[in-house]
Design a protein around this ligand. Structure first.
Ligand SMILES: [Zn+2]
Length: 143
């Protein structure tokens, strides 16, 4: 069920097969587990996976959910997953409307052990991927 296109490789609804072919989670079982869990959460909200592709650049895997949502709603990257729905533990992106990010690796998340309520006021910097307070004009790590 795999067909070649100029921009991506399609996997039908087989997101597990796509992730396997993509290989970036081969040595990251926790990232894989977190991603599969996240896909399931989005399926509950938007409906079952209907389309999966891996970019030929290998940059990310794109997933569409249900016939009602004809656009990509989940973008799986090596260190994070972006999604078009607000999920527990995710942060809104500073440079995109209605896109949230879940970090797969804990390196960018010093607050992972302590659940700070202030997290709701944080956004993810599009340049460096670190989080900063949305009330600030820009990321302090980059400025
Ligand atoms: Zn930054």
């Amino acid at each position: 069920m795999k067909s070649q296109h100029s921009l991506n490789t399609e996997f039908g609804t087989d997101y597990k097969g796509a992730i396997q072919a993509w290989k970036k989670f081969e040595n990251a079982p926790k990232s894989l587990e977190k991603t599969l869990n996240l896909i399931h959460q989005v399926e509950v909200l938007l409906g079952p996976v209907v389309y999966v592709h891996v970019l030929d650049s290998q940059q990310y895997i794109g997933i569409k959910f249900s016939e009602r949502h004809k656009v990509i709603s989940v973008w799986i990257h090596q260190n994070f997953v972006d999604h078009a729905v607000d999920l527990v533990g995710s942060l809104p992106l500073a440079d995109k409307e209605n896109v949230w990010r879940t970090q797969l690796t804990t390196s960018f998340s010093p607050s992972s052990k302590v659940n700070k309520p202030a997290e709701v006021n944080m956004v993810v910097c599009p340049k460096c991927g670190l989080q900063y307070n949305r009330n600030l004009p820009q990321c302090q790590d980059c400025s």
